[in-house]
Design a protein. Structure first.
Lengths: 323, 278, 315
């Protein structure tokens, strides 16, 4: 069952296009990864789904959640959904938590808002949740303030507050990027386990291929505010078809395996907002660019069976050939 | 992107008002519609527009407009000199605290904390008790009271500049601290100091007006808006305009200075730490 | 935490002594001879010497300071040369006017500034913010004593709603005493309120930009809910610090405004003392006022460290 269907989402900031015509779906319980570097528009996409775009931003298109278009929903209805059915985990756990409120109260907050529970009842839920996220001594943690916790603990607190009401859809924006590598793996594991246990869907935003490989069933590759490739994770990472995806995969160092003389890098760098070329947004940096690329390619793929939506799609006039 | 920053309207409005005041002060030195010091008991308390007196006359028969215009002189003098004293003493202190750091810096900061407990009015009252009341005591007192403000702002701004690469490079070349301060630090913090100076000027105007009102500032016969307000209090029922115009003049000058300060800050250094201005 | 309090307290004591030295230097060390002032030009040298001895002026300045401060620490601020009345008692009597006035004024200012500042921040870049900003600009530019005079003209002279001056003693009629403080407190509050409004606005705007506000909204809080539950408490922290800093301005304002309304407080006494050249009285009064400011700032410092849990444990 399709839980979330994003159709032709566009986000403009102060008149400059940051997300241009993005479409994808997330099914019930599905774990989808959204990969891209900074400046690709991935965070804005998530914020658009939540309805938490900055004031200077304008969104258009459709974001359909269980039949309702979130972009046209009034604020009160959105508030009822946020934190209850659709929740988000942010990137910087230190600044995302209120420094003067105890952590337990922050985890309990969604239950206070949406379930009308008393502080005691909500707190008990919060402590239990913190325990399930493998925080030792959850009672003490709940009484602590954010600055008294480590980065990994804070991120688990953020995840807990997002899961408090058992949402259908969890958006996670770089949930582990601010953490040490060893802690990253633990937290990702917990995130995946929590989402699986509650049958929630996950949209995981990251720039790290390894994170997506470990956690997500489907992956969307984003560049310049567009989705350039989409498909099952294993497939896309093993046989990338878009030159950008190929570049990302090639640039990912193998810790084991043959030593490389040089790490292959994608030529050029990500342009600032408004600096992307017409037509295919990647063509300035693309080793496979052809004349046709001055026209913007459409995300297309061959369906396995007639009438079905193709699971694998790429937006490229000259994609990397199948080996 | 290198957009030319627009000049904020507050800057223009403030600059215009301040310029008008300065012009009024200079012009009134040589000319006013009537002689501001000439009492004419025959023309006491005339209404506005009567006998060529645009704003009327006061209880001594003096033309109100002329007295108000002449009152701007004291404002300008006290403002400039008080801010001058505060800057000349405060800026070197602040720079010293920033460069030396350690206990010297601590001492300067603690000292300025203590001085903050002495607002300008209180300082001036003390000096008047000791030395008698005059424009000079008021001016000196206000100046001294604002030394800590300049010291703190200079120190804070200097500390930021001192960590910059060009300062480190200068030190690597063997430049000594006084040279660095004069050549590198002061020019780069000048915008903050200028904004702080306009704020101090505005506060100095308010302080001088309050002191003259109390009788411990500018003494007769020198025209002063504060003292005019004091004299006007007995006539509030019959001629409230005597209290209106000097007060409006004070408010206008202070408003102009505040707008000027805001405009300068918006234009040159929006994130600067300015004392006394939210 | 205890160590922190002790450290701050030690600094407070040192500051009080530093302030007392400043007051003594300005008022007792530098000016001319108090004996000459009392006896005048025609006094004989013997009379002058006798009076100097009686007043304790023939000993070194440091000893004079020591005697004065020794008395102050024991609660004795000396006896005025001019009126022969004890300084401490005079100050205490006047405190019952100036204290309530300052408190009243500050309370009104906060009552104006808190909602106005929050409203202004919530309507940032819209008309509401512009209007409040314009009003605060005017409020800051107006001298408090002129506001008082204008209020008298309007409220007392034209409308006869409130007295134009004078003070009804507390013991006589509490209601009357309060009524005599209304216009003076409002004059102070108009200016202080304008300044505080800007600080509140700035603090709230800073807080609204913080990530945890977005997190609160992601949990389902409305914009207002997020602001109230998470914004205000965080914004209060810098505002509380400012309250302490503004105290010396408030006191200066009270001193001047008392003279507008003929209130028998410290401000009027100070002015009379200056006219009478009653230096010991001026010394005691100024010292008292600065000590109040220093003590309040010390308390505000402690409060600020208590309010922010990050500071509570860090020290």
């Amino acid at each position: 069952m399709t839980l979330l269907a994003v159709e032709d989402l566009r986000v403009d900031i102060a008149g400059v296009n940051a997300v241009g015509g993005v479409s994808f779906t997330v099914a019930d319980g599905q774990r989808v990864g959204l990969i891209g570097e900074s400046g690709s528009g991935k965070t804005l996409t998530a914020l658009a789904v939540m309805g938490l775009l900055p004031d200077a931003a304008r969104a258009s298109g459709r974001v359909v959640y269980r039949g309702d278009d979130l972009l046209t929903m009034d604020e009160d209805a959105l508030c009822r959904l946020r934190g209850d059915r659709i929740a988000m985990v942010f990137q910087e756990p230190m600044s995302a938590l209120d420094p003067v409120v105890r952590v337990g109260d922050q985890v309990a907050e969604p239950r206070l808002i949406h379930r009308g529970e008393s502080r005691d009842v909500a707190m008990r839920h919060a402590v239990a949740l913190l325990g399930r996220l493998r925080l030792s001594d959850p009672v003490s943690i709940a009484r602590a303030y954010p600055h008294q916790l480590s980065g990994g603990q804070r991120q688990r607190v953020l995840i807990a507050s997002a899961l408090a009401c058992g949402p259908d859809l969890l958006l996670a924006d770089e949930p582990t990027s601010a953490l040490d590598v060893t802690v990253q793996a633990q937290v990702l594991d917990l995130l995946r386990g929590a989402v699986e246990a509650t049958h929630a869907a996950l949209l995981l935003i990251t720039h790290d291929l390894a994170v997506v490989a470990a956690t997500c069933q489907q992956v969307l590759v984003m560049y310049g505010g567009r989705i350039v490739e989409r498909g099952p994770t294993r497939d896309v990472l093993a046989r990338p078809r878009h030159p950008y995806t190929r570049g990302l995969v090639d640039a990912h160092p193998n810790v084991v395996g043959p030593r490389l003389a040089r790490l292959p890098a994608i030529a050029g760098s990500v342009p600032p907002l408004g600096g992307f070329p017409d037509g295919c947004v990647f063509r300035d940096r693309c080793p496979r660019a052809i004349e046709q690329c001055v026209v913007e390619p459409v995300l297309t793929g061959r369906p396995r069976r007639r009438g079905e939506t193709p699971t694998r799609a790429v937006a490229c006039w000259n994609p990397v050939p199948d080996r | 992107m290198n957009r030319r920053r627009r000049v904020p309207p507050t800057l223009i409005a403030g600059a215009v008002v301040v310029a008008l005041v300065v012009v009024a002060a200079l012009v009134s030195l040589v000319w006013t519609p009537f002689d501001p010091r000439l009492a004419d008991t025959a023309s006491r308390l005339l209404g506005p527009g009567v006998e060529g007196h645009l704003l009327g006359t006061d209880q001594y028969g003096r033309d109100l407009l002329s007295v108000v215009l002449a009152g701007s002189q004291v404002i300008v003098i006290v403002g400039v000199l008080a801010v001058g004293i505060a800057a000349v003493l405060g800026i070197p202190l602040g720079a010293l605290a920033a460069v030396r750091g350690g206990w010297v810096g601590e001492l300067v900061m603690r000292g300025s904390d203590v001085m903050y407990a002495f607002p300008a009015v209180l300082m001036a009252l003390m000096l008047s008790a000791a030395y008698g009341s005059s424009t000079t005591t008021a001016m000196v007192a206000i100046g001294i009271a604002y030394v800590p403000v300049f010291a703190r702002v200079t120190r804070a701004a200097s500390l930021q500049v001192l960590t910059r690469d060009y300062v480190l490079a200068a030190r690597a070349y063997g430049r000594r601290s006084p040279y660095i301060v004069v050549r590198h630090v002061l020019p780069n913090i000048s915008s903050v100091l200028i904004v702080q100076a306009t704020v101090a000027f505005a506060l100095a105007v308010l302080a001088e007006a309050a002191l003259s009102y109390l009788g411990v500032g500018t003494q007769p016969p020198t025209p002063s808006w504060g003292r005019m307000l004091k004299d006007s209090q007995t006539f509030l029922d019959s001629a409230p305009r005597l209290a209106l115009w000097p007060g409006l003049a004070i408010a206008a000058v202070v408003l102009g200075l505040n707008l000027l300060g805001d405009g300068l800050r918006d234009r040159y250094d929006p994130h600067a730490h300015i004392e006394g201005r939210p | 935490m205890a160590l922190f309090v002790l450290r701050r307290f030690a600094i407070l004591i040192a500051s009080v002594f530093a302030a007392s030295v400043l007051v003594f230097v300005v008022l007792a060390a530098l000016p001319g001879d108090a004996a000459e002032v009392q006896l005048g030009d025609q006094a004989t040298p013997e009379a002058l010497a006798a009076l100097r001895h009686e007043l304790g002026l023939d000993v070194p300045l440091v000893v004079q300071y020591g005697r004065w401060m020794g008395g102050v620490v024991r609660g004795d601020l000396g006896t005025s040369y001019v009126s022969s009345l004890p300084v401490g008692a005079q100050i205490r009597d006047r405190l019952f006017v100036t204290g309530p006035l300052a408190l009243f004024g500050m309370t009104l200012a906060v009552l104006i500034a808190a909602p106005a500042g929050v409203y202004s921040a919530a309507h940032h870049r819209r008309l509401g913010d512009a209007v409040v900003s314009a009003l605060t600009q005017l409020g800051m530019a107006v001298p408090a004593f002129w506001a008082g005079i204008m209020l008298i003209t309007l409220v007392s002279v034209k409308l006869h709603w409130l007295p134009a001056g004078g003070f009804v003693p507390w013991g006589q009629d509490v209601g009357g005493a309060l009524r005599s403080l209304v216009l003076p407190a409002v004059s102070i509050a108009l200016v202080q309120g304008a300044i505080l409004t800007r600080y509140v606005r700035s603090a709230v705007l800073d807080v609204l930009r913080e990530d945890y506000i977005r997190t609160a909204r992601a949990r389902g809080r409305t914009r207002t809910g997020a602001l109230v539950r998470h914004g205000l408490r965080n914004a209060a922290i810098p505002v509380v610090t400012v309250l302490g800093l503004q105290l010396s301005f408030l006191i200066a304002g009270a001193v001047v405004v008392e003279n507008v309304f003929f209130l028998p407080g410290l401000g009027r006494m100070l002015l009379r003392a200056i006219g009478d050249r009653d230096l010991l009285l001026v010394q005691g009064t100024v010292l008292m006022l600065t000590v109040v400011v220093l003590v309040v700032n010390f308390l505000v410092d402690l409060a600020y460290h208590y309010l922010d849990p990050r500071l509570r444990t860090a020290t």
